[in-house]
Write a protein that binds this ligand. Sequence first.
Ligand code: NAD
Ligand code: ZN
Length: 354
Amino acid sequence: MKITRLVPHILLERGGLRRLKEFTEQLFPDRPGYDVFVVDEVHRSTGTWEKLAPRPDDLLLAVDVFAHEPKTGQVDDLCRRIREEKGETLPRVVVGVGGGSAMDIAKAVSVLLTNPGGSADYQGWDLVKEKPVAKIAVPTLAGTGSEASRTAVLSGPVRKLGINSEHSMYDAVLMDPDLLETADPEQAFYTGMDGFIHAVEALTGSAINALGRPFAEKSKEAIQRYFSGEGNAEELLVGSYLGGASIANSSVGICHALSYGVSFHLGWRHGIANAIVFNRLEAFYGDDVEAFQAMVRRNGIDLPQGVTKGVPEETLGRMAEMAYLLERDLVSALGPDYRSILPPERILELYRRM
Ligand code: NAD
Ligand code: ZN
């Protein structure tokens, strides 16, 4: 039996971060305890940090998501710090403030505070047993859909894989469009395109069902409007949320499969890696690639070119093999015969054009 869960509480309001305390009180009336804020370190200098206004007992923890994408070790370190400070007393709520990286780290912290072992033990599907600490997402970039999805993507000692579980889902999202304003426009574009590409892949794949489709359609529309200069930041945040909500009832596709190696072997971050790959997938996603390229031009984005130049053939071969790890997504995109439609030689040709 597949039961779909959605994030049940949303506050969408310009300047809404100032009402976080009130929001938390309404959601968890009379619940005692301190709050833990897991905040993207960048916000020490964006003005967002000051707006959090923690109570004396709360813990404000900064995470560095600039150096690399989220790691299991970061999650375990944060849990250790919380236990050192507070012993076995659990927080009332964990608040994740940032882009997909900080939101994913905060999710994982809320899970690991009530489950034994380290976060790498839970990378996979439905491995979490105990109910987590309640959590609230405060996105400061829009596009990944982490605020609404059931996964927390982490790189561990062995692999990059999400903690995929109902328990990874946020209990509430506070969307404050003001918080997006400090983001670097290129970064905001690439994160937005991650959401656009999720929606394109979901809508063109066979894995999508009647519950996933309307979420993905509206997500795509909102993100595309925003980056075509028509929408506003509120709609973009909603588009990101809807994209996350569609994920459990659809799948990604060829772009995410091919971008895996571009991130892992060539070091490009998730959003930009997807953009580099999607730009070359006109044979599979024709009109959507054209729409994407129009958004690239409109937003004055200088998409990296020649990223595979000088990369040894052997590395490219390993990248191609890596794409097949996303088998479920390739089946959704191309059918069970995906290997004959997209053999390693064809993947290599695509990589050479990036
Ligand atoms: P990010 O969170 O990695 O942030 C990118 C950069 O922008 C960082 O340097 C960060 O400090 C900075 N930043 C964030 N908000 C800012 C703001 N308001 N002002 C100034 N700087 C700001 O970027 P992202 O694209 O949102 O997230 C990528 C991560 O999300 C990847 O690790 C990816 O695997 C993950 N992801 C998760 C899901 C999910 O469902 N859980 C889905 C897709 C992607
Ligand atoms: Zn993605």
